[in-house]
Every structure is written in C-alpha cells, then in structure tokens.
Design a protein around this ligand. Structure first.
Ligand SMILES: NC(=O)c1ccc[n+]([C@@H]2O[C@H](COP(=O)([O-])OP(=O)(O)OC[C@H]3O[C@@H](n4cnc5c(N)ncnc54)[C@H](OP(=O)(O)O)[C@@H]3O)[C@@H](O)[C@H]2O)c1
Length: 349
C-alpha cells in the first residue's frame, strides 16, 4: 500500500451529500446504480495515488459509484481506497464498482484471469459491472501517440466478440460479477450482440456530452432496456494529446452552457453533469479536485435545469466525437470514422 492511499482514510464529510438523496437508474435486473459515478482515468498524466485519494475523498462526500478499468493502471491503488471505504463503514452493497476488460485480453483463455486480476487489485469479492472496454482486440501501449498501431490489430469480428462475451456470461454464472456490459459500441454491433447473447448487456458505456449527444445510439440503448453510462461528460478537457484534433469543440466554452452556468453561479462543467442526469444517462466525470467532484455530485441533487434550458442544450449538439480511437485501426489508409460504423453497417476488413 502506498503512503498516500493508506493515509487517506474514509470519513463522512459534514458538507457532503447524503448518498440516499442521489438519484439512481435501474437495470433490467432490478439493480439500482447511482446516477453519477466518479471516473478514474488520469489521462496518462495524473498519478494513481492522486486518483486513489480522490476515490476516498469522493466516497466521503457521498459518491458510491466508481468507474475503473485495468488499462487505467491504478486498480491496485484504488483497491486500497475501496478497502478504506468499506472498513470506514460503507456497506459493500452500497457501492457500485465497474471495471473493464482491456483489448489485449479478449482471447477466451485470457478473460477470466484478467477479470480476476482486476477483482484482486480492487480488493473485492465481486464486481457490480464488467464491461468489454472496446469491441476490438487491439492493444496500444499506455501513453502512446495517435499514430501508434499494433501490428496484430484486427477489425471487429462478431464471432470472436461473442467468444469473449460468453466468458463474461461465465463470470456472471460464477457469481463473480453482477452485471456485464459493453463500451464503445455502435448500433449495428449491439444488434448482433442482442441477437446472440444469452445474457444481454445491462449497461453500455458511451461518449456523451453536450457537443456529442449520440441521440440515435442513446435511444437504441434505452429502447433495449440497457442503461447508458456517459463517459467524458464534461468534454474531457484534459484528455491525452492522441485524442485531440484541431476541429474539436469545447463544451464548457459553449455560450449556451456558459449562460446557464452564470445563472446558477457554477462552473460550466456542472451544467454538463446536470444535463446528463436529467436527460437519462449516467455521467462519470473524472476529477481529483474536491471542490469539483463535490459540485458535480451536488449538481444532481439540486434544482433541475428548466425545460427551455434542456431544449437549448439539445440544439448545441456538434456531433463532435473526442475519443476517436485512431490507435485501434487495423490497416493503413483508414480514418477513425471506420471504427464507428457511420454507414449503419459494421466496417469489414
Ligand atoms: N469506456 C471508455 O472507453 C472511456 C473513455 C474515456 C473515459 N472513460 C471514463 O470516463 C471518465 C470521465 O471521462 P474523462 O476523464 O475523459 O473526462 P471528463 O470527466 O469529461 O473531464 C474530466 C476533466 O474535467 C475537469 N472537471 C470535472 N469536473 C469539473 C468541475 N466541476 N469544474 C471544473 N472542472 C471539472 C477535471 O479536472 P479536475 O480534476 O481539475 O477537477 C478533469 O480535467 C474517465 O475518467 C473514465 O473513467 C471511459
């Protein structure tokens, strides 16, 4: 255990939010997920110790939902935080802990060991949700740049994806995870999964913020009884350079968002969070800054945005995907659009 994680002890913060007042979403199995979670990806810049400390701090102010992943490289440190939180008096059943299978562990023989490593690192005996992080089995090294490609990279192959999914179904049957789900999927890929899965996904994690609202995918997910979890809900202002292009827009500088923030005297990020929860998705904002993660949590328990404000935000969608995924492309002369099935069909080899 590192010094910082071990000294960051859980206690109920007097200025925190009562977790019982935080709204929740219900999965098709009847489980309740807190309607906001804390992201834990430090964008390759922020030390795991700082993130682990933020996990304890966030629990102290009332967060009960944490979005983790093996590839974030900090699950061991976060495991210490979760242990502190539970030993500090939060019943395990009150927590919602998600982790994700990384792209280099899709092979049938790798799935269960990869899951067990996350479970052990997080110091838990079950997870609430396990996601397949990306539908491609394509590895990229932590901290790589946008031109980085794996020589073994492959396109989406449904038959292979189903082999990975079957192993997640096995984890469910083993009682090691309560729900399984997907991330970075498209409608055509989800259609195939829904056709072939024995257990359908409980949640789909997808990029969602005011400038990237993905209305069709959101509607598809909701119509199929899948809970949408929205990543980069603030527009990921500190994302890695590999995820930045000159045409990207900035949600928290949008005049519509800024004007509402001024009315409520909050940071524009808080408006993105309010909008997300009110729209029906679960945002998982990242922050290591107590003031910010506390205002994000308060945002979901205070007065909602007006109908006019919700309508105004609906109109500022720029279809601006930020996490484009170039590093997962599998052959020369492709563009990131090839990963996202923009023509309504799965892009084939
Ligand atoms: N499934 C996937 O493939 C996938 C992909 C990307 C992300 N994710 C998950 O989604 C989480 C969130 O996404 P993200 O980290 O890309 O971006 P994000 O949550 O949109 O943005 C995080 C940034 O916003 C700032 N921020 C947050 N709340 C704020 C507030 N109230 N006021 C001012 N600034 C605020 C944070 O700075 P401070 O720390 O200074 O507050 C941080 O730099 C990740 O951590 C990860 O768990 C999943």
């Amino acid at each position: 255990m590192t010094a910082l994680a071990s000294t960051q002890l859980f206690s109920y913060a007097p200025d925190g939010v009562d977790p019982k007042k935080v709204p929740h979403k219900t999965t098709y199995t009847g489980a309740k997920i807190p309607a906001i979670g804390l992201g834990t990806f430090g964008s390759d810049r922020i030390a795991g110790e700082q993130i682990a400390a933020a996990v304890v701090g966030a629990a102290s102010v009332g967060y009960r939902h944490f979005d983790c992943a093996a590839v974030y490289g900090n699950e061991q440190l976060i495991g210490n935080s979760l242990r502190n939180i539970v030993e500090g008096g939060v019943p395990r059943e009150e927590l919602w802990i998600t982790s994700k299978l990384w792209n280099d562990k899709h092979a049938e023989e790798d799935v269960i060991p990869a899951f067990e490593k996350s479970l052990q690192d997080l110091r838990l005996d079950y997870l609430d949700l396990y996601l397949i992080h990306w539908p491609f089995p394509n590895y990229h090294a932590p901290g790589c740049d946008v031109t980085s490609r794996s020589p073994d990279a492959k396109p989406y192959i449904h038959e292979n994806f189903m082999k990975t999914w079957r192993k997640l179904e096995e984890l469910l049957a083993m009682g090691l995870v309560r729900h399984i789900g997907t991330s970075n999927m498209t409608i055509p890929k989800l259609r195939l999964l829904l056709r072939d899965a024995r257990t359908k996904p409980a949640c789909n994690e997808m990029e969602l913020h005011p400038h990237f609202q993905q209305p069709e995918l959101l509607q598809f997910v909701l119509e199929n009884g899948i809970v949408p979890i929205g990543f980069s809900p603030v527009g990921s202002p500190a994302r890695p350079d590999r995820d930045r292009t000159v045409s990207d827009t900035v949600d928290i500088e949008d005049p519509v968002i800024v004007k509402i923030a001024e009315r409520l005297n909050v940071h524009p990020a808080v408006i993105c969070i309010k909008w997300a929860v009110q729209r029906g998705q679960i945002p998982i904002p990242f922050s290591i800054n107590r003031r910010n993660y506390l205002s994000n949590l308060r945002a979901v328990t205070t007065d909602p945005l007006t109908e006019q404000e919700m309508d105004a935000i609906a109109r500022i969608d720029r279809n601006c995907r930020l996490i484009k995924g170039d590093v997962f492309l599998w052959k020369e002369n492709q563009t990131w659009e090839d990963l996202w099935d923009l023509k309504g069909e799965i892009t084939t080899p």
